[in-house]
Design a protein around this ligand. Structure first.
Ligand code: DGY
Length: 438
């Protein structure tokens, strides 16, 4: 255990670039939004001030709309698509001091912050003061981020956050989006050369060229819409109500309200606490409404065609993350630990796979089509703990730690053989190991 914590700390230290941590040394040499949330959690086990700086640095990229962009390009690199492809200068809302992408990622940050605050308060002293001060200083920024998702991305109050790109789901090539992507016709756009394939052992671990062209086409459509969400909604090819993003928004909004109450910030009927509670209620209702009563899994909604997307992906466990229906929580707990998911006989470790091994969509080594992502397992363990399911949570935690025992801290894992896939020394994997060990 000491060895694993030491090696995880070493990885985070090596990926530290001063004010921010790169998501991984070669494949992702910048700051990614949801990675930064997990990274802050892990760093906090070693240094609360450095963890808070990670979040502060992320907020330096926040747009005037409230959006936190999915990549902050603090320094030049060979990553593609870089700033010259995103061309965010077409958008008035972009931040002044740092180059960024023009889309966002799941709102995990306040979940991390609340955990950091509560640990610091338990320990007391200087860390507690710093953490409380940081929450006071940034409360309105987090509220603006959540409000952006709740308004610009849910203009008709369906209770589902609308995403405009598979990258915004965090699960780029997940079969969740196959049906939607099948309808996208790639139009004229500048030529491109992929940079990602040079950094993995085998291209079958990454999205295909056809998928990549589609991703870049949607990026192009965002640029044509000048990153105006209403314009993109009317003209873009990919508009999906995302259950996982919605559940995280609901959970994070409740935690923001809790922190506001504890520290006496954002009070009053029209204050941030009440606004956050209202956001949490709306999106929790939206997530619960999306559940397919037969499978017990939540579904994304294709807002272009009005169809529910029934895919056995781990996003179907969104209700576990936001809670709100105890019977469903128990049903999802049993499903998650049962033979279609973590208990599937072919799995090397009983860790949450990105797609059910029993699903026809399951692929052993392709990115979000089946491999196990340690952060996803962490999220489910966190959610189970929060709903009072400590035993189930601990099962996932112990299995997750066993999977990481070789200390490669890979981006994702081959679920049948246990092999490491994608990038090594991935910051968020090292970070959740530290949190699991703390
Ligand atoms: C990538 O580059 O593959 C990322 O997932 C997109 O943000």
């Amino acid at each position: 255990i000491g060895l694993m914590a030491g090696r995880a700390g070493y990885v985070l230290r090596a990926n530290d670039r001063g004010a921010f941590t790169v998501a991984s040394p070669t494949l992702y040499p910048h700051m990614w939004s949801w990675d930064a949330g997990f990274v802050a959690l892990g760093i906090a086990t070693v240094s609360v001030p450095r963890a808070l700086n990670e979040l502060r640095s992320l907020l330096s990229g926040q747009w005037a709309t409230g959006m936190i962009p999915h990549i902050l390009f603090h320094s030049p690199s060979d990553y593609f698509p870089g700033p010259e492809r995103w061309r965010t200068q077409v958008a008035a809302a972009r931040p002044a001091g740092v180059l960024t992408s023009g889309i966002c990622q799941p709102p995990i940050h306040v979940i991390a912050l609340s955990r950091i605050l509560h640990d610091a308060r338990r320990k007391g002293g200087a860390d507690q003061e710093l953490a409380e001060e940081f929450v006071r200083e940034t409360f309105d920024s987090w509220l603006a981020w959540h409000s952006y998702l709740a308004t610009a991305r849910d203009p008709y109050s369906y209770g589902l956050v609308e995403i405009h790109h598979g990258w915004e789901s965090g699960m780029d090539d997940s079969p969740r989006w196959d049906a939607a992507y099948a309808n996208v016709r790639v139009g004229d756009m500048p030529p491109f050369v992929r940079a990602d394939l040079a950094h993995v052992a085998d291209p079958s671990q990454r999205p295909t060229d056809a998928e990549y062209a589609t991703y870049l086409w949607l990026l192009e459509q965002k640029v044509h819409a000048r990153y105006d969400d209403a314009v993109y909604r009317a003209t873009g090819d990919f508009v999906m109500g995302d259950v996982l993003v919605s559940a995280l928004l609901a959970a994070a909004s409740d935690l923001l309200a809790d922190m506001g109450e504890e520290l006496g910030i954002g009070g009053g009927a029209s204050g941030g606490v009440e606004q956050s509670r209202a956001i949490a209620r709306r999106f929790r209702t939206g997530v619960l409404r999306s559940v397919n009563p037969e499978t017990g899994l939540a579904r994304d909604l294709d807002l272009r065609t009005g169809t529910w997307l029934d895919v056995e992906s781990a996003a179907g466990f969104a209700p576990l993350l936001c809670g709100g229906d105890d019977a469903l929580t128990r049903r999802q707990r049993d499903l998650l630990l049962g033979p279609r998911w973590c208990g599937h006989s072919r799995l090397r470790w009983p860790v949450v796979p990105s797609v059910s091994p029993a699903s026809p969509a399951f692929r052993e080594q392709t990115y979000w089509r089946g491999p196990q992502w340690p952060v996803l397992n962490w999220l489910m363990a966190w959610a189970l703990n929060r709903s009072g399911e400590q035993e189930a949570a601990n099962q996932l935690r112990l299995a997750g730690l066993s999977q990481l025992v070789d200390c490669d801290f890979a981006e994702y894992y081959q679920p049948v053989t246990g092999e490491t896939l994608g990038s090594r020394d991935q910051s968020w994997t090292a970070a959740i190991a530290l949190d699991f060990l703390a």
